[in-house]
Design a protein around this ligand. Structure first.
Ligand code: NAD
Length: 265
C-alpha cells in the first residue's frame, strides 16, 4: 500500500528514544524526510544515522522543549533546511512516579511545560507553514490515562488537556486541511519503563518486587492482550494517521493499548 508519504517532511519531537525513534524510522521507511530532535547528541545522531540508511533527508536538532526559544529555533532550522513541515508529531514526554500530594510545584510545572506547553507552542509555530501549503498532519502522543485512571494525577491531567487541545485545534484547523489527532498508548516497552530507575523499577519499589516483575504484573492484571506494546505498534498508527489514507480522520484520540481502556470512547 502506498501511503503517499514519499518526500513529505516530518518533525518528530523526542525522536532520540523509544516511541519517537520508532515513529521517525517508520515515517522514514515510507520515504518521509525527518527532523530528529532530542537533548542527547549521541542518541540523536544514532537515530539520524538509522533514518538516513532508509534513503531520506535528515536534519538533527538538539532542543530542550521546556524552553520556548528552543522550540522556535527547532522549527526555524527545519524550515531552513526543507522549506516546509508537513507532519508534526508531538511525542516528547516523561513520567515520574511519586506521591502526588508531595509533588513540588516546580516538578509539576516542568511536566506541564514539556507535555502541554511544548505541544501548544510547537503547533503554533508549525501550523502557519501547513496553512500556507494547504495540507498538514499533527499527531499528539497522549496516553490512555487521559481517559481512565491508572497513571499519576499530574500526568493524567496533562494528557487529558492534550486530548482536549487536540480536539479543539482539529476543529479550528479543519478548513485549512490540517488534520489533528491524538494517539493514546497503553503501556509500551520503552526506556520510560525499562531503563534502570524507570517506571518499572519505580513501580517495583512500591510493590516490593523487581521492575521486570512489576511490569509482568501490570501486563497480567491490566492488559487484556497480556503483554506490553512495542514502540512500533504506536509508530504504525501514527504513520497511518500521517498518510493520505487517513484524510477523513480528525479530532480523534485513538487508543493503541492491547484492549486496556474500558470505556467505549
Ligand atoms: P522515552 O523516555 O523513551 O522517550 C522520551 C523522549 O522525550 C526522548 O527522546 C527524550 O529525549 C524526550 N524528552 C524528554 N524530555 C525532554 C525535554 N525536556 N526536551 C526535549 N525532549 C525531551 O519515553 P517514551 O515511552 O518513548 O515516551 C514517548 C511519549 O509517549 C511520551 O509523551 C509519553 O508520555 C508517551 N507514552 C508512553 C507510554 C509508555 O508506556 N512508554 C504510554 C503512554 C504514553
Amino acid at each position: 500500500m502506498d501511503l503517499g508519504l514519499k518526500g513529505k517532511v516530518a518533525l518528530v519531537t523526542g525522536s532520540s528514544s523509544g516511541i519517537g525513534r520508532a515513529i521517525a524510522l517508520c515515517l522514514a521507511e515510507e520515504g518521509a524526510n525527518i527532523i530528529v530532535t532530542g537533548r542527547d547528541k549521541a542518541r540523536v545522531s544514532s537515530v539520524a544515522k538509522e533514518a538516513k540508511a532508509r534513503g531520506v533527508g535528515v536534519l538533527t536538532v538538539l532542543a530542550d522543549l521546556t524552553i520556548a526559544e528552543d522550540i522556535k529555533k527547532m522549527v526555524a532550522a527545519a524550515i531552513g533546511k526543507f522549506g516546509r513541515i508537513d507532519i508534526l508529531v508531538n511525542n516528547a514526554g516523561t513520567s515520574l512516579i511519586r506521591d502526588p500530594l508531595l509533588l513540588p510545584d516546580d516538578e509539576f510545572r516542568y511536566e506541564t511545560e514539556l507535555m502541554l506547553f511544548a505541544v501548544v507552542r510547537t503547533c503554533s509555530e508549525v501550523s502557519p507553514y501547513m496553512r500556507k501549503a494547504g495540507w498538514g498532519r499533527i499527531i499528539n502522543i497522549s496516553s490512555i490515562y487521559a481517559k481512565q485512571i491508572g497513571g499519576l494525577p499530574d500526568y493524567d491531567a496533562i494528557k487529558a488537556a492534550v486530548n482536549m487541545y487536540t480536539k479543539d485545534l482539529a476543529i479550528y484547523l479543519a478548513k485549512d486541511n490540517i488534520l489533528v489527532n491524538a494517539v493514546c498508548p497503553g503501556p509500551i516497552r520503552t526506556p520510560l519503563w525499562e531503563a534502570p530507575g524507570g517506571g518499572g523499577d519505580q513501580l517495583g519499589k512500591t510493590m516490593g518486587m523487581s521492575g521486570k516483575k512489576a511490569m509482568e504484573w501490570v501486563a497480567k492484571q491490566h492488559i487484556p492482550l497480556g503483554h506490553f506494546g512495542l514502540p512500533e505498534d504506536i509508530a504504525n498508527m501514527v504513520t497511518f494517521l500521517a498518510s493520505d489514507k487517513a484524510k477523513f480522520i480528525t479530532g480523534q484520540a485513538i487508543n493503541v493499548d492491547g484492549g486496556m481502556v474500558k470505556a467505549v470512547i
